[in-house]
Structure formats: C-alpha cells, structure tokens
Design a protein around this ligand. Structure first.
Ligand SMILES: Nc1ncnc2c1ncn2[C@@H]1O[C@H](COP(=O)(O)OP(=O)(O)O)[C@@H](O)[C@H]1O
Ligand SMILES: O=c1ccn([C@@H]2O[C@H](COP(=O)(O)O)[C@@H](O)[C@H]2O)c(=O)[nH]1
Length: 202
C-alpha cells in the first residue's frame, strides 16, 4: 500500500486537490481518509461549550484512532471511518466503511505534526496558499457549507486559527517531499501526483 499524506492550512485547497487527483482514477484502487473525520468526540459538552474548542490545536484530533485505522488498513483490514459534523461541532453516530486500497490518501491540517503518523507516509505533500487567500476561501466556504457567519469565522481566525497555523501547521512544511503552490488551481501539480499514483497502480 502506498500512503500519501496531504497537509496544509485551512482553505489551502487540500480537499479540492485530493478530489482532482482521484477524479479519473479507479475508485477501487484509491481511498481517502480525512483528518477532519477524527476530531475528538465531545458528547459530554453542550453546543455552546463545543464552539469554544480550539479545533486548530493537535489535541483536538483523535490521533490514536487515526493511527489505529491506518495500521489496520495497512494490514489489509477495513475500518469504520467516523463522520464529523462541522455544523454541530461533533462526531455523528454514522461511520463510513473504508476498505484498504492500493493507494490511500490522508489529508488534514495537522497530520504532519504527529511523528508516528508522519512515519507512515510514503509521500508527504504540503499544499500552500497565502493566508489572505485561505481566509477568503474559508469565509466563503464556512458561511455556505458549515453554518457559520462572518463574525464566527473572523473571531476564530484571529483567536485560534492564525496562531495555531503559525505554531503547528506552517512548520510542518519542512517535512514535505513536494510543496504544491495553490493560490491558483494547479493542474500541473495535480497531474504529476496522479502520474506517480498511476505508476503504482500498473
Ligand atoms: N486553487 C483554488 N482557487 C480558488 N478557490 C479554491 C482553490 N482551491 C480550493 N478552492 C476553494 O476554496 C475553498 C476551500 O477549499 P478546500 O479544498 O475545502 O480547502 P481545505 O480542504 O484545504 O480546507 C473551497 O470552497 C474550494 O472550492
Ligand atoms: O467543529 C469544527 C471542527 C473544525 N473546524 C475547523 O476546520 C478546519 C480544518 O478543516 P479544513 O477542511 O482543513 O478547513 C480547522 O481550521 C478548524 O478550525 C471547525 O470550524 N469546527
């Protein structure tokens, strides 16, 4: 199994890049795991309390479960990937049965901060977009898709997202084998990664 890690700050375009990469690849050969599915479950907290969680700190992620699932997939076993609700800020009751594939792509803002998880990646890719681009994209996306308003996004950006990005996410760029500039859609980079995957699938 080839495991590719794709990291980068919120709004840099990780999910979009992954979708572009896997589009046109046979879906029985390539699977995706999203770090977002592994936000800690917090059913004991009220909605109000959950809105105050710092979701951009590594402790917000259930890395133990993510590690366990990646190891199981590597062994050839299927896992139940949790489903997370950004609207409720909580893990849902649902899971997605995820089967091992020849190529597994793992994407998320903090996946390169965890040394043992970093070790599992055969290829590490960091997607870069400037912080103003990322903020604009995040504003539009979170208002359109994640039930937020402009104040929520800007407050979170100033209070946690920006400092956490600088402390935890940006420094992990140094672990990357490939850095994809993504201020604009980068079809050349997407095609290069797809070529690498296709070679593995031959
Ligand atoms: N290169 C790009 N140029 C303009 N908009 C983009 C680009 N890549 C992604 N987007 C848009 O920005 C938003 C955030 O992208 P997304 O892929 O969800 O980022 P991430 O997964 O890194 O948070 C989405 O609405 C997406 O359509
Ligand atoms: O309940 C939540 C959990 C996370 N977030 C934010 O999501 C991003 C990471 O997801 P991307 O898809 O990479 O943008 C992170 O910056 C958290 O702040 C949230 O808003 N609510």
């Amino acid at each position: 199994m080839l495991i590719i890690g794709i990291a980068g700050g919120t709004g840099c375009g990780k999910t979009t890049v992954v979708n572009q990469i896997i589009n046109e690849l046979p879906n029985e050969e390539v699977g995706v795991i999203s770090q977002d599915s592994y936000y800690q479950s917090a059913p004991h907290l009220s909605y109000e309390e959950r809105t105050k969680i710092n979701f951009d700190h590594p402790r917000a992620i259930d890395f133990d479960l993510l590690m366990e699932h990646l190891k199981e997939l590597k062994k050839g076993n299927s896992v139940e990937q949790p489903v997370y609700s950004f609207v409720k800020h909580n893990r849902t009751e649902d899971t997605i049965l995820t089967h091992p594939r020849k190529v597994m792509i793992v994407e998320g803002i903090l996946i390169f901060t965890h040394p043992d998880i970093r070790e599992l990646f055969d290829i590490k890719i960091f997607v870069h977009a400037d912080s103003d681009e990322r903020l604009i994209r995040r504003l539009k996306r979170d208002i359109a898709e994640r039930g937020r308003d402009i104040d929520e996004v800007l407050n979170r950006y100033q209070n946690t997202l920006k400092p956490m990005h600088q402390q935890f996410i940006e420094p992990t760029k140094e672990y990357a084998d490939i850095i994809i500039p993504n201020n604009k859609y980068n079809t050349v980079a997407v095609n290069i990664v797809r070529t690498i995957i296709n070679e593995r699938l031959l």
